[in-house]
Design a protein around this ligand. Structure first.
Ligand code: AVJ
Ligand code: FE
Length: 441
C-alpha cells in the first residue's frame, strides 16, 4: 500500500542518514582536538568546520525549511556559510569547538528524525520536501570526501586504516574502444535523487571518438615526466604553462623522487613507492591536458564521457551505471572509502561497459575538457547556491567518482566540478581521440 511504501522510504532515508553520519564521525573521531581545529592546508577547512557545517546545512534545509521548527542555534549560521568565508579564513572564526560541534550535529539529527517522521513522502510533497533529505545526505557525503582530502593533506602518523584495494584480475584487452557517432540521452529526469545540475534529460549528438579503456596509470605518467613533460612548453596550453611556471609543478601532488630516481608518494601518512598500475591521482586539469597532448591525444568532453559510461547501443537507452542499472556492489567499483587508494587497472572487470571501458566509476575522478555549465533547461533546485553560482565558466567538470566518493553518487549522470588548478582532490584522467574519417564509417 502507499502507506507501507512511504514507511519503507522513510526507513531507507533514516538508514542513509545514519550510515553517512558514521563516516563523518569516523573521519573526525580519528584525530585529536588539536588536529580537528588545525588547518592542514589553506585549501581546506579545519575538520571541525566541515562537521559543524554539515549539521548547520541539515538544520537550515530540514529542521527549519521542511520541518518549520526553530533552530537549535541561529547565531552560528554565518560562521558556516561557505560563501561568507573562504576556506583559508575559517580557522580564525569563533567556531564551535570539537565537543560543541559534536553536540550540535547530534542535536540537529534528533530534530531531523522527528521531521522525517511527520513529513509526508508522496506526490508533490515527496518531490518538494522528500528531496531535501536526499540532498542533505549527498551534501554530507560530499563533505566526507572533502574531509578525506583534508586527511590526505595532514602530516603525521596514519590514523585512517582500510584494507588494500583488490588486485588486477582482468585488465582491459584493448587500449581504446571506438564509440560510434550518434545521439544519446544525457542527464536525467528519472533519477529521484539527481541534483539540479544533472537535469533535465536531453538528446545530445556525439561524433565518433575513441576512448581509452582505462585511466592513465602512474607508470604512464612517470614516463611523461621522464620525457621532460614538465618542461616541454609545446605540450601545455597557454593557461596551463603559466600555471606550471607559477606553481612550479614537477610531479603529481604528494610525489617525491629519491636519489636513484624511484618515485615515492605520501598516502594518508604512509610513504610508499608509487604503484605502477594504479590510476594517477592528484593531478590538475593542466597536467592532464599536457599529458594527453604528449601522447597525441586529448581529454574526453563531458558528453563523450557520459555517452561511453551510459549509452546502451542495444536498446538506445542511457543506463544508470557503466555495467547496467544494478546498484554498485564492492565488485563493481572502488567507492565509499572502503579502500584508501585507487585500485590497479583491471581490478573491476565486472564494472566495465559492454564495450570494455573499465573503471569509469570509482578509483579517481576524471577531468574532462568541458567547463561546468547548465544543461539547456537547467533550473536551480532547491537552492541557487548548490550549482547555479558555479556556472560561470571558471570551473571544470570531473566525472566518475573516486575511492572516496559514496556509492550513492555512482550514478553516471552525477557531475562534479572544481577549479582547473586543484590537485588535492582525488582526480586523475583518461585520454580520448577523434575518430578518423575511415574509422567513422
Ligand atoms: C560538488 C564537490 C564541488 O565541495 O564544493 C559541498 C559540493 N556543495 N557543499 C563542493 C558541496 C556545498 C561541492 N562539489
Ligand atoms: Fe557544503
Amino acid at each position: 500500500s502507499a502507506a507501507t511504501d512511504e514507511n519503507i522510504l522513510r526507513a531507507a532515508i533514516a538508514a542513509e542518514l545514519d550510515r553517512t553520519r558514521r563516516r563523518s564521525l569516523a573521519l573526525t573521531d580519528s584525530v585529536d582536538d588539536a588536529e580537528l581545529t588545525r588547518q592542514h592546508s589553506p585549501l581546506m577547512s579545519p575538520l571541525v568546520w566541515d562537521l559543524a557545517h554539515v549539521g548547520n546545512q541539515e538544520e537550515l534545509w530540514l529542521v527549519r525549511d521542511v520541518g518549520g521548527l526553530v533552530p537549535l542555534r541561529s547565531d552560528i549560521d554565518e560562521l558556516y556559510d561557505a560563501f561568507r568565508h573562504a576556506r583559508a579564513d575559517r580557522p580564525a572564526l569563533p567556531l564551535l569547538n570539537p565537543a560543541e560541534a559534536r553536540e550540535y550535529v547530534r542535536g540537529v539529527r534528533e530534530k531531523t528524525l522527528d521531521v522525517l517522521d511527520r513529513t509526508p513522502l508522496r506526490g508533490r510533497r515527496l518531490v518538494d520536501e522528500g528531496f531535501a533529505f536526499g540532498m542533505i545526505i549527498q551534501h554530507e557525503q560530499q563533505h566526507d570526501e572533502t574531509m578525506l582530502a583534508t586527511h590526505q593533506l595532514r602530516r603525521g602518523e596514519p590514523v585512517l586504516h582500510a584494507p588494500a584495494a583488490p588486485p588486477s584480475i582482468a585488465p582491459p584487452s584493448a587500449r581504446e574502444v571506438l564509440v560510434p557517432g550518434g545521439p544519446f540521452t544525457m542527464g536525467t529526469d528519472a533519477e529521484p535523487w539527481a541534483l539540479d545540475n544533472e537535469r533535465p534529460a536531453r538528446t545530445v549528438h556525439v561524433d565518433a571518438f575513441h576512448l581509452d579503456t582505462a585511466p592513465v596509470t602512474n607508470a604512464a605518467y612517470a614516463e611523461f615526466i621522464a620525457a621532460g613533460g614538465y618542461d616541454r612548453r609545446e605540450w601545455w596550453t597557454e593557461e596551463g604553462w603559466a600555471h606550471r611556471q607559477r606553481a612550479e609543478l614537477r610531479a603529481p601532488l604528494f610525489w617525491t623522487r629519491d636519489s636513484d630516481g624511484t618515485w615515492w608518494r605520501r598516502r594518508f601518512g604512509v610513504t610508499e613507492p608509487v604503484p605502477a598500475d594504479e590510476p594517477v591521482v592528484h593531478v590538475c586539469l593542466h597536467e592532464a591536458q599536457a599529458y594527453a597532448r604528449s601522447v597525441g591525444r586529448r581529454l574526453p568532453t563531458e558528453a563523450e564521457w557520459e555517452k561511453a559510461a551510459r549509452h546502451d547501443p542495444a536498446t538506445g537507452r542511457s543506463r544508470r551505471h557503466p555495467w547496467g542499472d544494478a546498484a554498485p556492489t564492492e565488485r563493481h567499483a572502488n567507492l565509499g572509502q572502503r579502500h584508501l587508494t585507487p585500485a590497479p587497472v583491471g581490478a573491476y572487470p565486472l564494472g566495465a561497459t559492454p564495450a570494455g571501458v573499465h573503471q569509469l566509476v570509482g578509483d579517481v575522478w576524471e577531468w574532462t575538457s568541458s567547463a561546468f555549465t547548465g544543461h539547456p533547461g537547467f533550473a536551480a533546485f532547491p537552492y541557487r547556491e548548490y550549482s547555479e553560482v558555479f556556472l560561470d565558466g571558471g570551473y571544470q567538470v570531473l566525472r566518475g567518482g573516486s575511492f572516496g566518493t559514496d556509492p550513492s553518487m555512482a550514478r553516471a549522470s552525477f557531475r562534479n566540478w572544481d577549479l582547473p588548478i586543484r590537485r588535492q582532490i582525488f582526480a586523475g584522467f583518461r585520454c580520448a581521440r577523434d575518430a578518423t574519417r575511415a574509422e567513422r564509417t
